[in-house]
Design a protein around this ligand. Structure first.
Ligand code: FMN
Length: 225
């Protein structure tokens, strides 16, 4: 758990070696060892290195597995981080002659006041998008399941209700100012259609692919249509 990986340079080498064609989103987060007050440095390094290779970049401040990461969702911390990244984006836009949208990814474990604050910040710094949601730390839906006390974020069906609740409130507060990407518990096509109905402009699937494979994508497209 956590962002255990070989780092941004290794990831870029992998992208350069791949023949993949299509829309590529790159998801960036801070190192576990970086103190939270220096978090922006890690995001800036990743943004700079990933920029030329990405079609969009997701700013991950909502993984439950990196200590204190979710503290970056608080109003003041969030606006400081996102403003810094939007300034960097403006410089990179000029340097590369290419505009790469930035979307911030939030947790499902937020109350309405926090969601309202986040909506206010993303509108005022003119983020290009917001992704709702990451995994949940709320294991209550698992009841007495043998693994209910395990650490880590919960994805798939158990996060769907919370993700949809956050999406609905977020869409009300965002009020069309920027696109929302809905994610969390899309296990079949109608779950994707529900996200669009609640205010998402696009959807992402992750855990559902494990159960349905790529047929899930076709099912989502058909249900949304
Ligand atoms: C094993 C695993 C690893 C994940 N890694 C990341 C990550 O690095 N960055 C991120 O923003 N979200 C990460 N997520 C969250 C997913 O992208 C997604 O937001 C979440 O699982 C809810 O969607 P789902 O129910 O379709 O899986 C991860 C989820 C899982 C299960």
């Amino acid at each position: 758990m956590g962002f255990n990986n070989h780092g941004i340079d290794a990831m870029i080498r992998n992208i350069e070696a791949s023949s993949y064609q299509g829309i590529l989103g790159i998801n960036i987060g801070k190192n576990a060892a970086t103190p939270i007050e220096h978090a922006a440095d890690d995001y800036l390094i990743c943004l700079e290195k990933a920029y030329a290779h990405a079609d969009y970049i997701a700013i991950n401040i909502s993984s439950p597995n990196t200590k204190n990461l979710r503290a970056l969702q608080g109003g003041d911390e969030l606006s400081a981080l996102l403003e810094t990244l939007k300034n960097k984006q403006a410089h990179l836009h000029a340097a590369h002659g290419k505009y790469v949208p930035l979307a911030v990814k939030i947790a499902p474990d937020l109350d309405e006041a926090q969601i309202e604050d986040i909506a206010h910040v993303v509108k005022s710094v003119q983020m290009d998008g917001i992704i709702a949601t990451n995994t949940t730390i709320d294991k209550s839906s698992l009841g007495n399941h043998a693994l209910a006390k395990e650490q880590g974020g919960l994805s798939g069906l158990p996060v769907r209700g919370k993700s949809n609740q956050v999406l609905k409130l977020l869409a009300e507060h965002i009020d069309g100012a920027l696109p929302i990407i809905g994610v969390g518990g899309i296990m079949e096509g109608r779950d994707a259609a529900e996200k669009i109905r609640l205010g998402a402009t696009a959807v992402q699937v992750y855990s559902g692919l494990i159960y349905q494979g790529s047929a899930l994508v076709k099912d989502c497209v058909a249900a949304i249509r």
